[in-house]
Design a protein around this ligand. Structure first.
Ligand code: XBP
Ligand code: MG
Length: 231
């Protein structure tokens, strides 16, 4: 029996990456007088690495391996500045929810289906989006960022949510947008609905239960459907 829905944030609740996180990273770099600019296409590449701090470190290893700065100080500072810029962008209402997200979450809540968040991004960032467009109190667990040692594609964040809610994987349904997210949920034994967007539409989603363009109507084309979600 379905007891809970578990949502990823970035890419799933809203398309936060290109016009949100990416812009915030670039603002933090510019303020620190660093001439690093993450273009849309470069950012697509960098999304291979989950977590903002991890992403900056990866970028430096790839593109500025000669950098002499103390990265253990620089990265957390840049990332804190980036978080502030991101929260500011969200507070302005620059980032909207994806189609159907609010309706699904509201209706599930009203039906007594339990709700949770499982995200790689920083808690402050996840909350900024949820406070702006939804209601943090609807979610029994908001699991984010560094709360577990290993970020997605590791299953840790999903195992954490299952443990907190005292539910088994077959009582839950996950909503994700990326290959990394799907790997994480799959390895935790969970069934997953994927909603596609530009950064992830070419990824391999063969482990998903359903792959959709989005959760809205009327043009909610089924791309792939396999397995019986009622099981
Ligand atoms: C989201 C992430 C995050 C965001 C940036 O992945 O990987 O790192 O890009 O947020 P998912 P932070 O949707 O799989 O959770 O800078 O706060 O990490
Ligand atoms: Mg995501």
């Amino acid at each position: 029996e379905l007891k809970a829905l578990i949502f990823d944030v970035d890419g799933t609740l809203a398309e936060t990456e290109r016009d949100g996180h990416r812009i915030a990273f670039n603002r933090a770099f510019a303020e620190a007088n660093l001439n690093w600019i993450w273009s849309e296409s470069l950012y697509g590449e960098l999304l291979e690495i989950s977590g903002g701090k991890e992403r900056i470190r990866y970028y430096l290893q790839q593109y500025h391996p000669d950098l002499m700065e103390d990265l253990d100080t620089l990265i957390p500072q840049l990332h804190q500045d980036k978080t502030n810029h991101y929260r500011h962008l969200l507070s302005l209402g620059e980032i909207q929810l994806r189609p159907g997200v609010k309706r699904l979450i509201e209706e599930a809540y009203q039906e007594g289906i339990r709700l949770a968040i499982a995200t790689t991004s920083t808690l402050a960032n996840a909350l900024a989006l949820i406070e702006k467009h939804l209601n943090p109190q609807w979610f029994e667990v908001i699991a984010a960022g560094d709360i577990v040692p290993n970020k997605k594609p590791a299953p840790d964040i999903y195992n954490y949510v299952l443990n907190k809610m005292q539910l088994s994987p077959d009582q839950c349904l996950v909503f994700e947008d990326s290959f990394h997210g799907l790997q994480a949920s799959f390895d935790a034994g969970l069934q997953t609905v994927i909603t596609l967007h530009d950064y992830t539409k070419h990824q391999d989603f063969s482990l998903a239960s359903v792959v959709l363009n989005h959760l809205g109507e009327p043009n909610n084309n089924f791309k792939i459907f396999k397995g019986d979600m009622n099981n």
